[in-house]
Design a protein around this ligand. Structure first.
Ligand code: ADP
Ligand code: ZN
Ligand code: ZN
Length: 733
């Protein structure tokens, strides 16, 4: 019997694929291959699905199957490995296969558009653009940069290769310096790709590169653990250089490209080869163009955030996950995959090396090294003359604090500024104050939709909720007692900035947080001022802590380490340690030694002591032992079933029902905890609860969840709430 049944993944909330038959009259059916898109009737609409397989058996009689409307591609849009990986991930993370595959596709392809042909629109310099003296453009660095890029490629560049906002291009066009052009995509360039620069590697770096390249044609997962500034990026670059020389592609995943413009810049400067960058700032068409460059093998280097793991590569050679500990590699809603873990899966499938790099590896990866699943590569020293910073704990118990700054810290800031140093202060809270309180009666301003307090934003004269985004004007009187003495309690970056302005009025300062970087391009501008040393007092949240390179910083102040020491999430202390080490890593990157001053009410906290006296590896070993004893990840596996509803009692009663269902399934070796309301029970007007499943047996847990979600899909109870399953959750809320 000929195979005429098509098994299709159709985007829908259902945990299965759907069977269709071939259209009766198909003029010239292309050879059907998994990974092609088809248009199918689905309910009352048409949908774009992905062909999973061509088969001859179906649970439904063939005559009753609907025919496919249209076959959209004549070659698979998704490569075999991406298709297999996404299929696997849909089963592992308990997410419907059709939706999972839709996530893997650029949105234009999801909507059924044709794969782009070889023609792209782009920009090139005009004659007057060529004549511009770029050194006169110091006040418009982005314009200068575009002109410089285009000057290097007289034929023009595709839009996707010019990382700049559309407004900058419009300005340049209105000055008649650049003009649009059409570019025909050439096949991958033959001959030697040009590579420029590069350091002579030190012994540890060389060894790391050698190990990675020795494994070029087989699967090995490497954990590259190198203290900040030890030259990890240089190791990636030199390994990639060898991959490029063989005309193979490298895929590099990074946490957030917006936060690390320098990284992309370093790749560009080093390699004169087509490079595709996939980040959230791209428009649909740009994204598709970059994706297509990766898929066809034209782009030899592909850099992207977590979703770039789904990018097909025609000639893959190496996978790299930078800052592998970063929680943004795990998607927190919808398809809750870990891009890091998928990278390892994909490398295994492709029989290639994968490098996970970090100065502060996740306990998961360290555990995998312990279990000999990953191979560790260490870079124990900073490059050149740079030394690791020294730590100092500032005990702030019963010390007067001025807007969160202790006298001891102010003295140190003063000292470093006086000795031509640059100072970086870290506080993971934006706004003026996290609480507005009535000094008469103790009333505090709360969010009306969340179990949370409103943050006072003084500049905007607003109260904002950082959990649901709602805002309202600042109260002028207390709604409870009518008094007007409303005061800020605690501090955010806005308030600390004011204190700094009072203390150091002469010193140029800058603040980097979500509020000061809302405008496009603003973050890059502020980072440049920080890097150049122009601003000598830097203050910010996580945005300032991640991955940047500020060579002149000599003092790092961590204003409040206590948040991390006593978080409710079992990962809180791991996150705090990673953050401290990462922020500390900004100091003393050049020839001047750095100091890190940590303000805390708990100077004797054992994990903090371990971290600062013996370093991250010792901290991690202790934390891993604690986790193992508590039967928490990574030695054990967990999954959360979450539920939320506008009616307070529904989530818990639904999860009670889930618990009962679960108890009827084969659940050997699986422990069930809860249901319990979430730590912040109400958010954005919805009540939330969760059920925790815990097991030493990953496969058993996965099987149970698979059965469970299919039961819930049918269950009437489940329709009353919004529910989800999170396998290997990054956050426990
Ligand atoms: P990491 O990624 O570990 O933070 P980088 O690769 O960014 O480290 O290296 C830190 C700094 O040291 C960079 O300025 C880089 O150019 C420089 N560097 C890296 N490797 C070497 C080397 N072998 N010799 C001299 N300088 C190096
Ligand atoms: Zn009051
Ligand atoms: Zn809120």
């Amino acid at each position: 019997m000929s195979k005429t049944i098509l098994r299709i993944a159709v985007p829908s909330p259902l945990y299965r694929s759907f069977d269709y038959r071939l259209p009766a009259k198909t003029p010239a059916i292309p050879a059907l291959k998994p990974g092609m898109r088809v248009r199918v009737p689905f309910g009352t609409r048409n949908a774009v699905g992905i062909l999973l397989e061509v088969t001859d058996d179906s649970d439904i009689e063939e005559q009753r199957l609907k025919p496919v409307r249209e076959i959209l591609d004549d070659e698979p849009v998704l490569s075999e490995d991406v298709l297999a990986m996404t299929n696997w991930a849909s089963a592992y993370y308990q997410y419907p296969v059709g939706e999972a595959l839709a996530t893997a596709l650029p949105s234009l392809l999801r909507r059924g558009e044709a794969l782009p042909s070889g023609v792209q629109s782009g920009w090139r310099l005009t004659a007057s653009g060529q004549a511009v003296d770029r050194s006169t453009l110091t006040r418009a660095p982005r314009q200068a940069r575009v002109l410089e890029l285009l000057a290097a490629t007289p034929a023009g560049l595709p839009r996707s290769a010019i990382e700049v906002e559309a407004a900058v291009l419009r300005t340049l066009e209105s000055k008649d310096w650049i003009e649009p052009c059409t570019l025909v995509m050439a096949a991958a360039r033959a001959g030697e790709p040009r590579v420029t620069g590069g350091h002579t590697l030190n012994a540890a770096q060389q060894q790391a590169v050698d190990r990675i390249l020795e494994s070029r044609d087989r699967f090995t997962a490497f954990l590259l653990e190198g203290v900040t500034g030890s030259g990890k990026t240089e190791v990636y670059l030199q390994a990639i250089e060898a991959i490029i020389a063989a005309q193979h592609q490298s895929l590099v995943l990074v946490p957030e490209i917006g936060l690390t413009p320098q990284l992309v810049e370093r790749f560009r400067q080093r390699f004169d080869v087509p490079l595709a960058v996939l980040h959230s700032g791209l428009g649909d068409r740009e994204r598709l163009a970059a994706w297509q460059q990766a898929r066809t093998g034209r782009a030899l280097v592909v850099i992207g955030t977590r979703s770039a793991i789904f990018t097909p590569l025609a000639r893959p050679g190496l996978l790299v996950v930078d800052e592998e500990h970063d929680s943004s590699l795990k998607q927190q809603d919808g398809f809750r995959y870990s891009a890091r873990d998928l990278a390892v899966w994909r490398a295994r499938r492709l029989n290639l090396p994968v490098v996970l790099g970090s100065a502060t590896p996740s306990l998961e990866s360290l555990f995998n090294v312990e279990q000999q699943r990953y191979r560790q590569l260490e870079l124990p020293n900073r490059t050149g003359s740079a030394r690791l910073p020294s730590y100092e704990v500032l005990d702030i118990r019963s010390q007067p604090l001025e807007h969160g700054l202790s006298r001891a810290l102010l003295k140190r800031i003063d000292h470093h500024l006086g000795h031509d140093g640059q100072v970086l202060l870290f506080l993971n809270r934006r706004g003026f104050a996290p609480t507005l309180i009535c000094h008469d009666c103790g009333w505090v301003a709360e969010c009306r939709r969340c179990d949370a307090r409103m943050t006072w934003h003084q500049g905007e004269q607003l109260l904002r909720c950082h959990h649901c985004g709602s805002q309202r004007p600042l109260d002028s009187t207390c709604p409870d007692c009518g008094c007007t003495d409303l005061r800020p309690l605690g501090q955010g970056t806005e308030r600390v900035e004011q204190a700094l302005a009072t203390h150091f009025p002469e010193v140029e300062r800058l603040r980097i947080d979500r509020d000061t970087t809302r405008r496009k391009g603003e973050l890059a501008r502020l980072l440049e001022r920080a890097r150049s040393g122009e601003a000598r007092l830097l203050l910010g949240t996580q945005m300032l802590a991640k991955g940047h390179h500020f060579p002149r910083v000599t003092l790092v102040g961590i204003l409040n380490a206590d948040q991390g020491l006593f978080g409710t999430d079992f990962r809180a202390s791991e996150r705090m340690a990673q953050l401290i080490v990462q922020v500390a890593g900004r100091a003393g990157r050049h020839d001047r030694p750095g100091t890190v001053a940590i303000q805390t009410h708990h100077p004797d906290h054992p994990l903090l002591q371990l971290l600062i006296h013996q370093g991250y590896p010792a901290f991690a070993r202790a934390a891993l032992a604690e986790r193992t004893a508590a039967r928490l990840p990574p030695a054990n596996h967990i999954a959360l079933v979450r539920a939320e509803a506008t009616q307070a009692s529904l989530p818990v009663s639904f999860l009670d029902h889930v618990r009962q269902q679960t108890e009827q399934i084969d659940r050997e070796g699986i422990e069930i905890w809860g249901p319990v309301p979430a730590t912040m029970e109400r958010r954005a007007g919805r009540f939330r609860a969760q059920l925790l499943l815990q097991s030493g047996d990953r496969g058993g847990l996965q099987a149970l969840l698979g059965t469970l979600v299919r039961q819930l899909e049918q269950s009437r109870e489940a329709r009353k709430v919004r529910w989800s399953v999170d396998v290997d959750p990054a956050d426990m809320f």
